[in-house]
Design a protein around this ligand. Structure first.
Ligand code: PEP
Ligand code: MN
Length: 347
């Protein structure tokens, strides 16, 4: 159930509502917009009609909306305004300006991260991506550099005006990764790792939640709800392709998820065309299509020498091809009323 308060409601009226919710052993989640405050009521209750009647009569309450959806707080009904996630370097997800995250699949060396960060910053990216902890299908594959990799990301991003997005794989590493990252990535394989969702949601950092390999949109939003309930309201959803029967591409990039999500949730949605296709030549066309279709940003794998990459070389753009893509994206973004970030480093 969602309780919509009147515009500019008095604190005392809001307090009366949340106290009543607490006295019923339910929990409340307050979402404050520019004009209006909305209270999400979470918990199990048998008598919804009585509950509704009680709240609707309270001072400061405008309306009470019963929600049958299982995700409440991340739903459009849960918050009227779209969420804009802002990072310390000025990058935004969900505003007029789209966010562009670029970088290697895995952090391999300081030199590799430095060269990539400089090039993508000059080309106009505003986040540096790269995995220091890698979820690999084989236990024998390169697993990442751990904290050493996090240090390279942080130092190179700071030197080039970028924010850091990097994956956290394990609840035991959330605090460590949160010390270095501006936004914590939860990967496709962990979308329903509920312990990790809770832990990341409590880390006081924004969270980028990738779609699970076979997750429905509803399951994905339920996973986002876990993070929201744990205290993190700055969540970015990332479509990265789902398993399909067709082996022409690594995954089936579901671009329709972008407009579908925009009708269901107030959270921003970005697209990862690299994992979504697995093929370098498809990254540019899918990036253009994603922005044209309303995506709030892109997450793109870029490597100084893809042929020598320790992971995902075949889907990684070279540094010049990333710069070329950024040039092609600008008119598409403008055509749909969006803009690209201004480069932090001179070209
Ligand atoms: C990644 O972005 O580094 C990654 C491992 O992606 P996914 O979780 O989508 O496979
Ligand atoms: Mn990868």
């Amino acid at each position: 159930m969602i309780i919509v308060m009147r515009p500019f409601v008095a604190e005392a009226d809001l307090e009366a509502v949340t106290s009543l919710i607490a006295s019923m052993k339910l929990s409340s989640h307050v979402s404050r917009g520019a004009e209006r405050t909305i209270v999400g009521v979470v918990g199990i209750t048998n008598d919804k009609d009585t509950l509704r009647a009680q709240f609707v009569q309270m001072e400061g309450v405008e309306s009470v909306v019963p929600i049958s959806r299982s995700y409440k707080l991340v739903s459009r009904e849960g918050r009227r305004e779209r969420t804009i996630v802002r990072l310390p370097n000025g990058a935004t997800f969900g505003g007029e300006q789209v966010a562009i995250a670029a970088g290697p699949c895995s952090v391999e060396s300081e030199e590799q991260v430095r060269a990539t960060a400089e090039a993508v910053s000059r080309a106009g990216a505003n986040l540096l991506r790269g995995g220091a902890f890698k979820p690999r299908t084989s236990p024998y594959a390169f697993q990442g550099l751990g904290e050493e990799g996090l240090k390279y990301l942080r130092e190179c991003a700071d030197r080039t005006g970028l924010a850091v997005v990097t994956e956290v794989l394990d609840t035991r590493d959330v605090e460590l990764v949160a010390r270095y990252a501006d936004i914590l990535q939860i990967g496709a394989r962990n979308m329903q790792n509920f312990g990790l969702l809770r832990e990341a949601g409590g880390a006081q950092k924004p969270v980028l939640l990738k779609r699970g390999i076979s997750a429905t949109i509803e399951e994905w939003l339920m996973a986002a709800e876990y993070i929201y309930v744990a205290g993190c309201h700055d969540i970015v959803l990332c479509e990265r392709g789902i398993r399909s029967y067709d082996s022409q591409t690594r995954n089936l990039l579901d671009l329709s998820a972008v407009p579908v999500l925009h009708t269901l949730t107030h959270l921003p949605v970005i697209v990862d065309p690299s994992h979504g296709t697995g093929i370098r030549a498809l990254v540019a066309p899918m990036s253009l299509a994603a922005i044209a279709g309303g995506a709030d940003g892109l997450l793109i794998e870029v490597h100084p020498n893809p042929a020598a990459a320790l992971s995902d070389g075949p889907q990684s753009l070279t540094l010049p091809s990333f710069a070329e893509l950024m040039g092609r994206l600008a008119p598409v973004a403008a055509a749909v009323g969006r803009s690209l970030p201004a480069p932090a480093l001179a070209a």
